[in-house]
Design a protein. Structure first.
Length: 134
């Protein structure tokens, strides 16, 4: 792994090109930060893959970016976030941020919802109500 400095990049990965909107927002919000983007278009979409496959792809993508010396990892793929975020946080030495939690928190706040029970990623369901208390 490359040594980390304040100039190290923010790493972003997605299963395709949709994460470019996340990357764009990072660049707009933090214009002086370096960024690196990995779009895994060769294996997209992830939503149709097994949990084991999504975990493997997420590990490979994150390991690649960490080896490049990113100081934080943004998982811009909804499927990877739903399936692998907690495992990535546990196994990586850099902070890991997913894209589902900010959207859920915003939806709960803007609509006065008290619970969000499930998120649909293709045909897989993940109960996330405990992860996002209100």
């Amino acid at each position: 792994m490359a040594s980390l400095t304040r100039d190290s990049a923010i790493g972003v990965f997605d299963s395709g090109i949709g994460g470019l909107t996340v990357l764009h927002q990072i660049i707009e919000t933090l214009p002086h930060e370096n960024t690196v983007y990995l779009g895994d278009t060769a294996r997209a979409p992830y939503g149709t893959k097994s949990v084991d496959t999504v975990l493997r792809y997420s590990y490979e993508n994150s390991d690649f970016l960490v080896e490049k010396g990113v100081k934080v990892l943004v998982v811009a793929c909804n499927t990877s976030t739903a399936i692998a975020l907690h495992q990535l946080k546990a196994r990586l030495a850099v902070p890991v941020i997913g894209v589902i939690e900010p959207g859920v928190r915003s939806a709960i706040k803007s609509t006065n919802m008290t619970h969000l029970r499930r998120i649909d990623v293709s045909t897989k369901y993940f109960n996330i109500s405990e992860r996002f208390p209100t």
